[in-house]
Design a protein around this ligand. Sequence first.
Ligand code: FES
Length: 106
Amino acid sequence: MFLRNCWYAAAWDDEVSETPLGRTILGEPVVLFRTADGRPVALEDRCCHRSLPLSMGRVVGETLQCGYHGLRFDPGGQCVAVPGQSTVPPGARVRAFPLVERYGWV
Ligand code: FES
């Protein structure tokens, strides 16, 4: 049993890079990564399209691109690009988690 809505150490700060890192935190799959400008981000590690772990994707600028069909998610979890189409379904998003970086931890 875990306390929810509390702060937890998710990783050492140097573990979080532009290579997505998958972790299980409180039983939830979470992907940690840094955007191109160095901002650490934590998203649900499950694409809203076909559920591929987003940790199998790659960072593209300020977004994380799914490794399966290429949907791209911003740091807030909103899908902002879908390959091959000009519109993005408004409900296409994954959960984003609050994250701070302090004392060598995120
Ligand atoms: S499973 Fe992620 S884009 Fe299709």
